[in-house]
Write a protein that binds this ligand. Structure first.
Ligand code: LA6
Ligand code: MN
Ligand code: MN
Ligand code: MN
Ligand code: MN
Length: 501
């Protein structure tokens, strides 16, 4: 029994993350309100939607004009209203071989055709475009830029907000489309506010930010993340549950990175594996609080809302998602406490899991799929290529944004430091190498999208969105826990301030 008790012969020196307190407390969150209620604007929104459907169904329209319309709709954040119509227009364009030949001479059309078809799961290669007609190197750089990533890295709702502004100033702006985009943005924002209030109330009632003051108190920032993951209005439950999960992930991560001793962390990992309420007896107070919060949160999801609605038991899958995550946290804690510097390869094998992307992929699938398919869950649990690549992207961007603070505080060497240590390079060179690897991983992800997966396209998009949020939040700074204004700007534009009409 003595090995299982938490008696340390020497006093344990506890660290703190020294994170700043949260900016947006529950009192503030509960005051959020909007004039743009669904009830008030539904009539006008439906009228405008009918007009857009007519535009999409206009068979006389040239392919390029149709592609541009689809691109505008998607970038204005309106794509989800017209999924069926967009699908059939793209099917028509895909099957129209003449359009491919014609558009080969027009780079803009070719790039747009490629990007939209790829995004919608068509197996089409960009080779054609590069191997014919391009001799001017500048032009080819521009094409590559358009074909590749930037649009693909962005959080949809932030992109929509930006694009609404851009579109309002463009020459061929359609005022009805603009009005629809603004009304839609603002009414959906009203839904986000109500969801955030629910998640924030849960977090306040747990009172973990007082009891575990060494850890991050970032419920609002966790919610912003979920607006990136599943922006569509019908996924409100997913946003609430995922925001809770992300807040819990960051507390548990801080326990492993900062506060716990290796012995305590072993007990905690074991408790999660057993998922037995009696395990709490063995844990120190602060861990007991955290374990119970997690246990109750997961059980409530499983019993109250998934089992009741779908009569399916997802407990084994959620337990696994959490256990697989904390197992990787433990690996890093052991490395840190033994002063070990892994090779980059060894680090990334673990780091692409410890960044929580695979765990969040399974969890967000569970939070939004109805019906939940066993085949899809097993596919995600088997770690398909897309999760390996996306997890690596998230790990690299997170290390880019957070590792300076982490190393200063005391943490396992991150990708940049592992690379520097084993290759004797400068920090700058290591960062550049990591960015190059990140780009390579995005290309792999794009290739994965053309493969068959037992997931519907909204589910695939949701998983990619976790990566997009991660990318945006971390690529240049810590936009989650840090308070340099980035998360504040995101919160204001996504949740608080409507687009002026
Ligand atoms: C990462 O924190 C963090 F705050 C999360 C909520 C996970 C982010 C999830 C993604 C990108 P930290 P560590 C999918 O930088 O200790 O502390 O793994 O994570 O580097
Ligand atoms: Mn708080
Ligand atoms: Mn951490
Ligand atoms: Mn960690
Ligand atoms: Mn980090």
């Amino acid at each position: 029994m003595s090995t299982l008790t938490v008696n340390h012969p020497l006093p344990v020196v506890r660290r703190s993350g020294n994170y700043k307190p949260c900016i947006w407390d529950d009192d503030f969150v509960q005051t959020l309100a909007t004039d743009y209620t669904k009830e008030r604007f539904n009539g006008r929104v439906n009228e405008l939607k009918v007009n857009v459907i007519e535009m999409l169904n206009d068979v006389a329209k040239p392919n390029l004009a149709q592609l541009e319309l689809i691109d505008d709709l998607q970038r204005l954040g309106l794509g989800y209203h017209f999924e069926q119509e967009i699908k059939s227009v793209l099917m028509k364009i895909y099957e129209d071989q003449s359009s491919e030949t014609l558009e080969r001479s027009d780079l803009h059309a070719a790039a747009l055709r490629f990007r939209l078809l790829r995004q919608h799961g068509y197996r089409i290669s960009q080779g054609l475009i590069f191997f014919c007609n391009i001799t001017d190197p500048n032009l080819s750089i521009k094409v590559r830029y358009a074909l590749e990533l930037p649009v693909n890295w962005r959080m949809l709702r932030l992109e929509a907000r930006w694009y609404i502004d851009f579109y309002s100033r463009s020459n061929n702006m359609n005022p009805e489309l603009l009005e629809l985009a603004k009304l839609d943005y603002n009414t959906v924002q009203g839904l986000y506010q109500e969801e955030l209030k629910i998640a924030s109330r849960w977090w306040k009632e747990l009172d973990m930010s007082t009891k575990l003051s060494f850890a991050r108190d970032r419920l609002v920032e966790s919610f912003i993340w979920t607006v990136g993951i599943a922006p569509q209005p019908q996924f409100g439950n997913c946003r609430i549950e995922a925001a809770k999960a992300i807040q819990m992930i960051s507390v548990i991560d801080d326990i492993y990175d900062i506060y716990g001793t290796v012995h305590e962390l072993e007990l905690f990992t074991d408790a999660i594996e057993r998922w037995d309420i009696n395990s709490v007896q063995l844990l120190p107070d602060y861990m007991r609080i955290c374990f119970l919060a997690l246990y109750n949160m997961v059980n409530e999801t499983v019993h109250h809302y998934i089992h009741r609605e779908q009569n399916t038991d997802v407990l084994p899958h959620l337990k696994k998602a959490w256990f697989e995550l904390v197992k990787c946290y433990l690996v890093e804690a052991r490395w840190y406490h033994s002063g070990y510097t892994p090779t980059l390869e060894e680090y990334l094998e673990n780091g692409k899991l410890s960044i929580a992307l695979p765990s969040l992929a399974t969890q967000s699938y569970i939070f939004l799929a109805n019906p939940i398919e066993k085949e899809a869950l097993e596919f995600l649990e088997d770690m398909p290529d897309i999760l390996h690549s996306l997890g690596t992207v998230c790990r690299i961007v997170d290390d880019n944004g957070t590792s300076s603070d982490e190393i200063a505080r005391g943490d396992v060497p991150k990708s940049i430091q592992c690379h520097m240590f084993h290759n004797g390079t400068s920090e700058e060179a290591a960062r550049a190498e990591m960015r190059a690897l990140m780009r390579k991983k995005w290309r792999e992800i794009n290739a994965c999208r053309a493969r068959d997966m037992p997931l519907s396209s909204p589910n695939i998009e949701t998983i990619l969105n976790i990566g997009r949020s991660g990318h945006y939040v971390y690529y240049d700074s810590d936009g989650y826990a840090g308070q340099d204004g980035k998360s504040k700007a995101m919160f204001l534009s996504l949740v608080v301030q409507p687009v002026p009409l």
